[in-house]
Design a protein around this ligand. Structure first.
Ligand code: VGL
Ligand code: ZN
Length: 199
């Protein structure tokens, strides 16, 4: 199919937006700060507005860990303590315009659950099924962890995935991790688009 047939993308019934982990601890100054995490917020808000205006569902995932989660350094994991359930750092970014209509999906909320993929919470698939969702538009933090694993699971489940390239921020523990993650997702079938590609 040529690009001319495919673009612009018109949002329609069966589409849903997934906003991954736009939480205080992942913003500059947070416990697990991701560079540029704050910069994407206005663009994420634009996507939310487009979906709400089109009466399409919006899901907001959040990392929601117990205080001794397996991913924390003291438990032998790779990360500093972050997004402890109920803490200030686990709150959504103050500038994020989450409408009341957004469905919150918590993940990593037991000591054992890794919690990178939002599909670890069975509620997400359940709700997507109930709404007959076929296409997922995914943005958020971090490209190379929770976005990557959520998108890979979505592709395995046969959703068409649009990766919102202008609304991603990568942890980049190694400098190219974000780019590599984008390449992996594209290779597995995700389409990288930006706000301009929506009609
Ligand atoms: C994440 C590292 C640890 C993420 C969550 O949201 O991408 N990254 N926990
Ligand atoms: Zn985490």
């Amino acid at each position: 199919m040529s690009q001319v047939d495919f673009f612009p993308i018109r949002l329609k019934q069966g589409d849903a937006l997934i906003v991954v982990d736009v939480q205080i601890d992942f913003l500059p100054g947070g416990a697990l700060a991701v560079a540029g995490g704050d910069k994407i917020i206005p663009i994420v808000n634009s996507y939310i507005e487009r979906f709400i205006r089109s009466h399409l569902p919006v899901f907001a995932t959040r990392d929601w860990h117990p205080s001794h989660h397996r991913s924390f350094i003291a438990q032998g994991g790779p990360w500093p303590v972050h997004c402890v359930a109920g803490s200030n750092g686990a709150e959504f970014a103050p500038g994020l315009f989450l409408s009341d209509a957004a469905v919150i999906v918590s993940k990593g909320d037991t000591a054992e659950a890794e919690g990178y993929s939002a599909f670890e919470n069975p509620e997400l698939k359940h709700r997507l099924d109930n709404a007959s969702i076929q296409r997922l538009f995914v943005c958020g933090i971090a490209t190379d962890y929770c976005v990557l694993q959520t998108v890979r699971d979505a592709l395995k489940l046969d959703y068409q995935v649009f990766l919102l390239h202008d609304a991603l921020a990568a942890a980049n523990v190694h400098p190219l991790d974000g780019l590599i993650a984008e390449r992996i997702m594209a290779d597995e079938g995700a389409l990288l688009i930006t706000l301009d590609d929506l009609s």
